[in-house]
Design a protein around this ligand. Structure first.
Ligand SMILES: Nc1ncnc2c1ncn2[C@@H]1O[C@H](COP(=O)(O)OP(=O)(O)OP(=O)(O)O)[C@@H](O)[C@H]1O
Length: 227
């Protein structure tokens, strides 16, 4: 199934934050959305999630920090139950165990509140919740920026393995071209509320066409980062 959303647009206070945009992804495709801070990436991510949900597509969103998804006063078990309820699913220990094993959080104590888990484990738990409903599209907005580089790389590696062989497409939103380059097969570049380039990752990295893509590629130290 191809995921398509057209006419995505957002205006705020008389200003166009997101110019009319179309998003397409094929089943299981991994797409990166990169661009400078303030270019409109998160806005596109949110508008896309709303548009797809409105048409009945299964779409999940992983925010930048687990703090945005986890209530510090509630146990991890509570969060899991709520995720199941929101999806209308009965408790499914087998599914839970498969996701926890894939994302290496089986050692986490579900009776504890988020602070009883490391940040990396918290974010992997949030990813597991997002995958619970087997989404058609997983939108991840700077999913590792709250983690140190080693844990960030581990998290992305585990996500890669978990998504391998599934039909879930990925939209990875980041200003870190290095993170996206090694994780996606197609890159979209955003500049001032517009997609200014959309190309296979290798093409874009070797011959960026737009000013925004050239500027991102010019900062070559991303090659040295572990993720
Ligand atoms: N509700 C809003 N009201 C006013 N301005 C907004 C609103 N939402 C977004 N903006 C503005 O829209 C622009 C795009 O913001 P957005 O967060 O989508 O960019 P971004 O590329 O994701 O940035 P970053 O990488 O820093 O997260 C910014 O200039 C932001 O200040």
């Amino acid at each position: 199934m191809t995921i398509i959303a057209t006419g995505l647009r957002y205006d705020c206070a008389g200003r166009t934050i997101l110019h009319p945009t179309t998003f397409k992804a094929t089943r299981g495709e991994r797409v990166g959305l990169v661009g400078a801070s303030g270019s409109g990436k998160s806005t596109l991510g949110h508008i896309l999630v709303d548009a797809l949900q409105a048409t009945g597509k299964r779409v999940a969103h992983v925010p930048q920090s687990p703090d945005e998804a986890l209530d510090p006063l509630r146990s991890m078990a509570f969060h899991w139950r709520e995720a199941e309820k929101a999806l209308g699913q009965p408790p499914n220990p087998l599914r839970q165990s498969a996701l926890f094993t894939a994302l290496r959080i089986t050692g986490g104590d579900l009776r504890k509140r988020p602070w009883g888990w490391s940040r990396g484990m918290q974010q992997r738990f949030v990813i597991a919740m997002a995958l619970l409903g087997t989404p058609d599209l997983l939108v991840m907005d700077e999913p590792t920026s709250a983690l140190d580089p080693v844990v960030a790389a581990q998290t992305m590696g585990l996500l890669d393995q978990t998504l391998d062989g599934t039909d879930t497409a990925l939209l990875l939103i980041t200003h870190d071209l290095g993170l996206a380059a090694s994780r996606v097969t197609r890159l979209m570049v955003m500049d001032q509320g517009r997609i200014v380039e959309d190309a296979p990752t290798s093409t874009l990295l070797s011959a960026p066409q737009s000013q925004a893509a050239r500027a991102l590629c010019a900062h070559r130290n991303w090659l040295a980062l572990p993720c």
